[in-house]
Write a protein that binds this ligand. Structure first.
Ligand code: URA
Length: 206
């Protein structure tokens, strides 16, 4: 499943992020706010279970989340989406995965991974602002599946068709959420028009 979350607030904030004149502070704040807005939609189908509640007036049946949510930012740019999602799901646990790209083969390799236990019983949200070639996303999904995850959502800000196709081919069971679908990749692997290097813009590096 692919869902592009077209919403005026998300589009407005994303437009500010795209501008080359937007500095680190505003870039990060807009990303944080978009993450929160996206989380509302991404969580729409989270499973719930009935629970007996006693209100001040009497008994009723309420519903509570029945699965843990685990957010997994792909280091380092994925960290920019973490706080916004956590504001909506404050009980979520957080795993981290770091990947570097082999300069010869261009294949992504895991250099760091730390996950909470019971991934097999959790809804796992892998988060990364840019879905470009899809290589890191596919490798991150491989990594959580290897550790038992079976209910996985991929949450990215901007994607391109080739990245979406790569993830769908490797992991057809994973739901993909985007704020925007852009045109293509350039020869350096950047999304066009995109927003540049998300990690550099979040952290003020170059
Ligand atoms: N990663 C980025 O940060 N930006 C792109 O355009 C593609 C990958």
């Amino acid at each position: 499943m692919l869902e592009v979350l077209n919403h005026p607030l998300i589009t407005h904030k994303l437009t500010q992020m795209r501008s080359k004149d937007t500095g680190t502070k505003d870039f990060r704040e807009n990303l944080d706010e978009i993450a929160e807005l996206m989380a509302y939609e991404v969580c729409r189908d989270l499973p719930t279970q009935p629970v007996d509640v006693e209100t001040p007036i009497g008994p009723c049946v309420g519903y509570e989340l029945s699965k843990e949510v685990v957010i997994v930012p792909i280091l380092r740019a994925g960290i920019g989406l973490l706080d916004g999602i956590r504001r909506l799901v404050p009980t979520a646990k957080v795993g981290f995965i770091g990947m570097y790209r082999d300069e010869k083969t261009l294949e992504p390799h895991e250099y760091f991974a730390k996950f909470p236990k019971d991934l097999d019983k959790s809804v796992v949200m892998i988060v990364d602002p840019m879905l470009a070639t899809g290589g890191s996303a596919v490798a991150a999904i491989d990594a959580v599946k290897k550790r038992g995850a079976n209910n996985i959502k991929l949450v990215c800000l901007v994607g391109v068709p080739e990245g979406v196709r790569a993830v769908q081919k490797a992991h057809p069971d994973v739901d993909i959420y985007l704020a925007a679908m852009d045109e293509k990749l350039n020869e350096n692997g950047y999304i066009v028009p995109g927003l540049g290097d998300a990690g550099d813009r979040i952290f003020g590096t170059k």
